[in-house]
Design a protein around this ligand. Sequence first.
Ligand code: 3PG
Length: 398
Amino acid sequence: MKYLSIQDLNLQNQRVLMRVDFNVPISATDTILDDTRIVQTIPSIEYVLTQQGKLILLSHMGRPKGKRNQHLSLAPCAKRLADLIGKPVALAPDCIGPDVKSMIDHMKPGEVLLLENLRFHRGEEHPEADSSFAKKLAELGDCYINDAFGAAHRNHSSIVLLPTYFVGKSAIGFLMEKELSSLSPLILSPKRPFHLLIGGAKINTKIGVLTALLEKIDCVYLGGGIVFTFLKAQKHTIGGSLYEEKYLSEAKEFLKKCSERMIQIYFPKDFVVTTDISSGKDSKIVPLEKIEEGWSGVDIGPKTIEYWLPNLSKASTIFWNGPMGIFEIAPFSQGTKDLAKGLSTLQSTIVVGGGDSVAAIHDLKLAKNFSHISTGGGATLEFLRYGRLPGIEVLAIR
Ligand code: 3PG
């Protein structure tokens, strides 16, 4: 597929609608906990400003379900962006309506306006029920850029409908370009051996990618909550660890296909187990075979890292998605952190996608040691699974 690039558009004095994904983690006191997604859009933002465009940024934040919710305002993002680019970033009170229109009418070339959370309007998430929302957004601009890779898997108005108003004047931004050029080789022609490291809690969000990549991978390492469904499928004793009964047969099928294709599966050698998940107290490290009744596996143990790393070092390409334990509970985040540290020493091309695995890398300030850290969570997995995303397809030029 081919797309227009941000550099193909004439931006001078134009009202540039740029969809970004500023859906960043925010604390209860409205502090941004990780600004990676904002930082990563700066090349596109600065490009528009140097081209003397009037930059109008559009984003969602959280899931307010069509209602205004002050805690999900984009105000903290406007402030953070202003600090990062060293220029004022005005925040509109809404994303459509006469006040927004008037703010845009008064913009000068080289200025930035961030519109308020798109998802305060039901029309954003339901273009089929309210196509007028996209039309109202379209009236605010002269051209469209999508730099929101993290949201490109959503069939939402600002992603799939808004660009249709700008035929020949809609393009992808630099971040989108970087994501596509880093992720596409994994599905087209990954350098072998290609190893897949998959953790996380919900097997339904992972099994599709695992299956889709079967033809291209040489080795799979399973950790996080999902590993217990695979272990159960293999009739291992997993004590009180949580597994998903309804995915047992899919897990079994996946393991069978791996063995038919001589794909090696690496299970953890040891686990951190606990009798009290919420407090993190009363935990110990046990070998895989010794998870007793009443104890739940909540992280991988140190022997697992020792066992996995030498083999991982033989990979040319590694894709890692999902934490190895319950990352949000500090005592159970160690396995993910140790894995991030271990991976950071390898020479392989390592691409990391999604949530807590990325958070671990940023916490440890190891980002520069990885080939690519995707800003997408669900979007990255869907792209690897289907090879396309609605928000990208709509921008393809024929
Ligand atoms: C994400 O955080 O994965 C994107 O911003 C999409 O958010 P959503 O899952 O709420 O649609």
